[in-house]
Write a protein that binds this ligand. Structure first.
Ligand SMILES: Nc1ncnc2c1ncn2[C@@H]1O[C@H](COP(=O)(O)OP(=O)(O)OP(=O)(O)O)[C@@H](O)[C@H]1O
Length: 244
């Protein structure tokens, strides 16, 4: 089988929440008052190595804060690793932070067109895609509305519809989808099942261990930013359960 994802010695340091609330006035004041503390950094991913082959369904498990979502973001290119490399072959559909890339000031239609242009589609292709995207997201009546005028569920629906309009080679899922209302959730599930049954490579983060056993070939166990174990889904889940 061909290798589609290679994570090679990936480490990522992130600033802690403390530095997040950093602002100049506060910093200057704390220096003047003599209680300035240097921002803290945390090693969120620590020398992660693994390879995923074409068509594999891989689950990522681990305790809260172990780095699962961060690892997905690094694989999708949303975050850059501090060191190490990620190589991805094929079209990737990241179903995480749905809608994070939209421009809230421009219309739903213009956001779809912008996305198509970024992906290098022709005008005709974009038009066809726009119709099927709007239809799936059930947003035909909202095509001229600026994205900031949509509800958060609608934004997620639009994000999902765009990301899955073309069958991706690699599907990246953070937790099993909780997009929109019940009927839309079912529609998303059916679309995901179609990818799952096909040749797509799937990487999924979930706390639902029975889901991982049932739907994944292999699993990765992250523990405080380190890869603790990788192997058959059943084995990794058993070892994880033994440890908690
Ligand atoms: N935006 C951020 N800035 C700084 N640190 C962050 C940020 N997001 C997450 N972290 C930190 O990175 C670490 C890993 O977080 P991550 O969200 O990847 O964990 P997770 O395994 O997905 O957790 P969960 O199971 O709770 O979703 C945590 O220590 C968290 O505090």
């Amino acid at each position: 089988m061909a290798e589609v994802i290679r994570v090679d010695g990936v480490s990522l340091w992130r600033r802690t929440q403390e530095e997040f609330s950093y602002d100049l006035k506060k910093t200057v004041l704390s220096i003047l008052e003599g209680n300035y503390r240097k921002p803290v950094k945390k090693l969120v991913l620590n020398e992660i190595d693994f390879v995923v082959e074409s068509g594999e369904k891989v689950g990522i498990i681990g305790a809260n804060g172990s780095g699962k979502s961060t690892l997905l973001k690094v694989i999708c290119g949303i975050l850059q690793p501090t060191s190490g490399k990620v190589r991805v072959r094929g079209q990737i559909a990241p179903l995480i932070e749905l809608g994070a890339g939209f421009d809230p000031e421009i219309s739903v239609m213009d956001n779809i067109l912008l996305y198509g242009v970024l992906l290098g589609f022709s005008r005709r292709e974009i038009k066809e895609r726009a119709e099927s995207i709007l239809e799936f997201a059930e947003l035909q009546d909202y095509q001229l509305v600026p994205v900031k005028g949509l509800s958060s569920g609608m934004v997620a629906r639009l994000g999902f519809a765009i990301a899955t309009d073309v069958q991706p080679d690699i599907l990246i899922l953070d937790e099993v989808l909780s997009v929109g209302d019940e009927s839309f959730k079912n529609k998303c599930k059916r679309r995901i099942e179609k990818f799952w049954d096909g040749n797509a490579t799937v990487l999924v983060v979930s706390h639902d261990l029975s889901f991982i056993r049932q739907y994944c070939d292999r699993a990765v166990w992250l523990d405080k930013g380190k890869l603790r174990l990788m192997g058959s889904a059943d084995w990794v889940v058993d070892c994880y359960l033994d440890s908690v």
